[in-house]
Every structure is written in structure tokens, then in C-alpha cells.
Design a protein around this ligand. Structure first.
Ligand code: SF4
Ligand code: SF4
Length: 64
């Protein structure tokens, strides 16, 4: 199951997450956004965000 992250509106737009993302899938904005189709779920952006505003979204398996 792929991990999915979102950036919440508390993002201050510092750009640290965008700089560290190995897939270059974070776009500038207010808040910054993650291009889900390109994100590999590595979590680097989460550990980099000093504001702690990047959250992991739990995706339930529809049917196991
Ligand atoms: S989880 Fe990894 S690939 Fe996805 S947006 Fe964050 S740094 Fe980029
Ligand atoms: S590191 Fe955090 S606060 Fe900075 S742009 Fe990324 S999500 Fe926003």
C-alpha cells in the first residue's frame, strides 16, 4: 500500500520540502502541494518540514 502525504494549510511556504524531494514532485503555492502521481512516499519531506505540517494520510484497503 502506497503512503500518501498532504501538506496542510499551516504551511509557511519556506520551500525546504521542495528542495529535499528526490522526485521533485512538490510545487510552490500556499500551501505547497504534492503531486500524488509522482510521490514515492519516501517521507523525506515530512522529516524536513520544521513546521510539521506534512501529514501522512492513512489509506484503508477497500477489501483485504
Ligand atoms: S514523500 Fe518523498 S517523494 Fe513524496 S513528496 Fe515527500 S519527499 Fe517527495
Ligand atoms: S517545509 Fe513545511 S512549511 Fe516549508 S514549504 Fe514545505 S510544507 Fe511548507
Amino acid at each position: 500500500m502506497r503512503k500518501r502525504y498532504i501538506i496542510t494549510k499551516e504551511c509557511v511556504g519556506c520551500g525546504a520540502c521542495k528542495t529535499i524531494c528526490p522526485k521533485h514532485c512538490i510545487s510552490k503555492g500556499q500551501p505547497y502541494t504534492i503531486k500524488q502521481s509522482q510521490c514515492i512516499g519516501c517521507g523525506l519531506c515530512v522529516s524536513r518540514c520544521w513546521r510539521n505540517v506534512i501529514k501522512l494520510i492513512k489509506q484503508e484497503d477497500a477489501k483485504a
